[in-house]
Design a protein around this ligand. Sequence first.
Ligand code: B12
Length: 339
Amino acid sequence: MPRPARFTIRAASALTGINPNTLRAWERRYGLVRPERTPKGYRLYTDDDLKRLRLIQRALQQGISVGRVKDHLGDMAAIETLIEDTANMPPAPARATRVLEVSLADAGLAGSTTIRLPSRARRGAAEQSLADFSDQIEQAALRFDRAWLERSFSRAVGLYSLRHAFYHALAPALQRVGERYLKDLGNVAEEHFLTAFAREKLIAALAGLRPLHQHPRVLFACGPGEQHEIMLMLLALEVGLEGVSALYLGPDVPGEAMLHAAQDSGIRVIVVSCTMRLPKDCLLDVHKRLSVMTRRIRLMAGGPAADRERAWLEGHGIGVLSLDPEEAGRQVLQAIHRH
Ligand code: B12
């Protein structure tokens, strides 16, 4: 049985959207989650710890007090019930908070009167859908509002997961911001701003993973000339969450560099991301040179361009990854274990 993955506090924070200081405070003050410690005292969170943290966060966002959460700590199902019960409670009577001064002249009377309007109901964070978060992220990017971007994304991560926040909130927002630029409604600056934010979040998550092996097993690279790397980073994260160590080379990598990096390491699979076009000559050359190596290394290509050229790739014995990131992650893991 493989040892389950462990996450540093940085990765746990990236994966749950909970600030590292808050994680430490919850542990110190309330003992809500007590991660394992390395011999040097660094915290290591398990998958179960992360599940528990997300649940606690949902409970707090629903307005349940830390004290009540603490009372139910041993029983995750009880916390779920508590959250459901609170969500199903009838809303508290609206408080009149907006006071308007209305002239009575239209009614033929002198003077004015005050009326009280119920405050507009604020939707709780727990009710917000990923589409709502996606809108907020888009708006924040269009205003270059870093604080709001951070807040919307962290909340989406906290309520759903890093994976869902990326695939269903940030990626669609990025797509829309990109489309605005193409339609001359926006500027490429907003697209770069949001991409830089996405990269930053993914780098933090990748850096915080604690792989199970010392040597990397998968090499991730964008093909020559290819700049689109967000999906490749997400794939590296998918695999990293399963405890597999990755060597991430980023955009625009020549075939020679891929071979050089894979040669004397524990690499078993090379994943090449091809969004715009398929670098056929490069892939053929890498594939040919891998096939004469004593250690077998599998070459796999993924992304829209690879998907369009599926028949060509398969005809040359090069693996093709699904466009669905979770499925692609599973395919990479299978390829590692088969080798
Ligand atoms: C961000 C972005 C950029 C950034 C990239 C920065 C970076 N560090 O990654 C910058 C500004 C650099 C850029 C540049 C360009 N871009 Co651009 N870009 C985008 C944008 C807005 C988002 C892409 C993204 O990261 N999405 C997030 C990921 C998670 O989602 P996704 O791309 O939809 O991917 C999904 C699947 O396709 C699949 N997938 C994608 N890649 C991979 C890889 C693997 C391995 C696997 C398994 C799956 C997979 O998985 C995802 C989930 O389903 C898209 C718009 C769009 N509609 O997608 C255009 C887009 C990809 N860009 C495009 C173009 C044309 C360009 C430029 C030529 C623009 C220009 N005139 O300069 C340059 C080319 C750069 C180059 N040589 O590669 C086109 C591509 C058209 C095409 N298919 O040929 C798009 C689609 C915009 C458009 N509608 O025309 N871009």
